[in-house]
Design a protein around this ligand. Structure first.
Ligand code: AMP
Length: 284
C-alpha cells in the first residue's frame, strides 16, 4: 500500500494506474475508520482494479463551534486496517497541501446545501462539495464510493457531478450498523455509556416510522409524529430535525408515492448524530 501526502505524488500514481487501463476507485473519508468505511472499501475493491482511500479531516466542513479539534485521528490504525483490505493507495494530505494560501474558491450546490443538516450547519455542505471536488480533480477516479449514512451528502454530490459534468460514477453503499442498530459513526466514540443507550432511540424512531409505513400510513405528518413520540420518551435526545424528503431534491414530500428518505439528526449530550432509512425502496 502506497501512502501519499502530496497532491503531485497522488495524481501521478492515480494517472499511472489509469494509463495502464486500471479502473480507479476513490473512497473519501475523514479517518477514524470503522466497519462502515470498510464496507465502502470492500465494495470499491469488488468494482475497481485500484482503490484509493483518502483520509483528510476537512476543516471547511466544520462550523466554528464544532468538533474539528477533537475529531478522532487514528492514522496508524487506519493504515493497518486498510492494508488488511489490500487497498492500493492512501491519500493523506495536510490542510496546507489541500488548501494552499488559504484558498478562496468553493463549490456550492445551491438550494440542496441549505436543507437537512445544511440548515443547522451553515457552510457544511459547501465544505464537503469543495473538498470532494478537489479530490476528484487530484485522483480523477472512474468511480467514487459514499455511504447512505450521509444520504443528503450523497444527493448533493450526485447533483454536483451532474451539474459540473464530472466524469465519475457515484456509488452509494448501505448503512452499516452496530449489532443493536446504532449507525456506525466516527463520532460514536464521544458517547458515554448512558449516551450510547440514548443514541439508540434514533434508530428506534426510524423503525417505528418504518412499521407505520408498512401498516399502510403514507402521510408524512403522521409518520413523523410516530417517530417523534419515540424520541420524546428519551430525555437524553435533543432533536435537530426529523424529516421525510425526496431523496434527490431533499424537499419534504406531501404524500409518499415513491421512494422517500426519512432523515433524523439529534444531539446526544454534545454529540450530534445522524441516521436515516428509505421507505418504498432499498436505497436511494
Ligand atoms: P466520514 O469519514 O464520516 O466522512 O465518512 C466517509 C464515508 O463513509 C462517507 O461516504 C460516509 O457516508 C461513509 N460512512 C460513514 N459511516 C457509515 C456507515 N455506518 N455505513 C456506511 N457508510 C458510512
Amino acid at each position: 500500500m502506497e501512502i501519499h501526502s502530496t497532491i503531485d505524488a497522488m495524481r501521478a500514481a492515480s494517472r499511472a494506474a489509469r494509463l495502464t487501463g486500471l479502473r480507479v476507485g476513490l473512497v473519501p473519508t475523514m479517518g477514524a475508520l470503522h466497519e462502515g468505511h470498510l464496507s465502502l472499501v470492500r465494495t470499491a475493491k469488488q468494482q475497481c482494479d485500484a482503490v484509493i482511500v483518502s483520509i483528510f479531516v476537512n476543516p471547511l466542513q466544520f462550523g466554528p463551534s464544532e468538533d474539528l479539534a477533537k475529531y478522532p485521528r487514528r492514522f496508524e490504525r487506519d493504515c493497518e486496517l486498510l492494508r488488511k483490505e489490500e487497498v492500493d493507495f492512501v491519500f493523506a494530505p495536510s490542510v496546507e497541501e489541500m488548501y494552499p494560501d488559504k484558498a478562496v474558491t468553493y463549490v456550492t450546490v445551491e438550494g440542496l446545501s441549505e436543507k437537512l443538516c445544511g440548515r443547522s450547519r451553515p457552510g457544511h455542505f459547501r465544505g464537503v462539495t469543495t473538498v470532494v471536488s478537489n479530490l476528484f480533480h487530484i485522483v480523477e477516479p472512474d468511480l467514487a464510493f459514499f455511504g447512505q449514512k450521509d444520504a443528503a451528502q450523497a444527493a448533493i454530490i450526485r447533483r454536483m457531478v451532474r451539474d459540473l459534468n464530472v466524469p465519475v460514477e457515484i456509488i452509494v453503499c448501505p448503512i452499516v450498523r452496530e449489532a443493536d442498530g446504532l449507525a456506525m459513526s466516527s463520532r460514536n466514540v464521544y458517547l458515554s455509556p448512558q449516551e450510547r443507550k440514548s443514541a439508540l432511540t434514533l434508530y428506534r424512531a426510524l423503525q417505528e416510522i418504518q412499521k407505520s409505513f408498512e401498516q399502510g400510513e403514507r402521510k408524512p405528518p403522521q409518520l413523523i409524529e410516530a417517530g417523534e413520540r419515540v424520541l420524546a420518551q428519551e430525555p437524553g435526545v435533543r432533536l435537530d430535525y426529523l424529516e421525510i424528503v425526496d431523496p434527490d431534491t431533499l424537499d419534504p414530500v406531501k404524500e409518499i408515492q415513491q421512494t422517500a428518505l426519512v432523515a433524523v439528526a439529534a444531539f446526544i449530550g454534545t454529540t450530534r448524530l445522524i441516521d436515516n432509512i428509505v421507505l418504498g425502496g432499498q436505497s436511494v
